[in-house]
Design a protein. Structure first.
Length: 159
């Protein structure tokens, strides 16, 4: 079985994340969407909320499972017997940031990284921008799945 891990913060999950889940789910027998847990970091959504949103948007894909991890993603990959990390690239800046990490991961554990270029209609979307737009009262609905838009609308101080 070929198993891959799509790691991220997913705070909140966006349509870009959903696009990558859709595409990676079609390429692997099993895809684990792994939400990073780091108690030292301030997140808009709790770990449980992020996992719940990810489960909602991944529900149509029977070969996708949602989990959390802390520490190194390659350690999580080893524990899950996953040989590939899936990463989305929006721009050259993402490439410059991700390639050294992918090379280090491969050197440390043999886990490869598969880069997927984002679809053009999602290339400008980031969780940070979505949070800023929502916090400042802008229209964020077209950038996130409906379940996520509903949650953002319920957040105090967010529209």
């Amino acid at each position: 079985m070929n198993r891959a891990v799509f790691p991220g913060t997913f705070d909140p999950p966006t349509n870009g994340h959903l696009d990558l889940i859709t595409r990676a789910a079609g390429a692997f027998d099993e895809l684990i969407v792994a939400a990073g847990v780091n108690p030292a970091k301030q997140r808009l959504f709790s770990d449980d909320e992020r996992v719940e949103m990810l489960r909602e948007i991944a529900a149509p894909f029977p070969n996708v499972r949602v989990a959390t991890f802390s520490g190194l993603v390659v350690d999580f990959c080893r524990a899950e017997s996953a040989g590939v990390i899936v990463k989305g690239l929006r721009s050259g800046g993402d490439f410059d940031y991700e390639v050294p990490m992918a090379q280090m991961n491969r050197r440390m554990t043999g886990v490869d990284t598969l880069f997927l270029a984002t679809s053009p209609e999602h290339g400008f979307i980031s969780s940070s921008l979505v949070k800023d737009i929502a916090r400042l009262g802008g229209d964020y609905v077209s950038f996130v799945p409906p379940a996520v838009a509903a949650r953002l609308g319920e957040m105090p101080g967010y529209c």
